[in-house]
Write a protein of this length. Sequence first.
Length: 108
Amino acid sequence: MDITTDNEITTTDLSKFGYRELHLAKELLQALEDQGLPEDFNDDGLTIMFNMHSGNVFFTNSDYQVAMLNGDKLESFYNCPNCGNEGFAEDILTKSGKCKECKKQIIY
């Protein structure tokens, strides 16, 4: 039995992707083919997900990691569980007020 509610924030159901989101998914797949996944991203359980609140389309996996396009480059997108800071590596490292845990997530 499939139960859906209006409270859903994310989905992997392609029938809920609009034309814009399908185009973004296509760009993600092309980046995956051309560039591969970010070095610190685990491919176990790899799927495309759509956040219906933000409009973001991204890769996620069984570890709940996120990879998104940053311009034309496929990069990991980080979220600090300690302070809530989020963004690509460059964003995390340059934001003021970041905690010590933020930097620990980013692997070069």
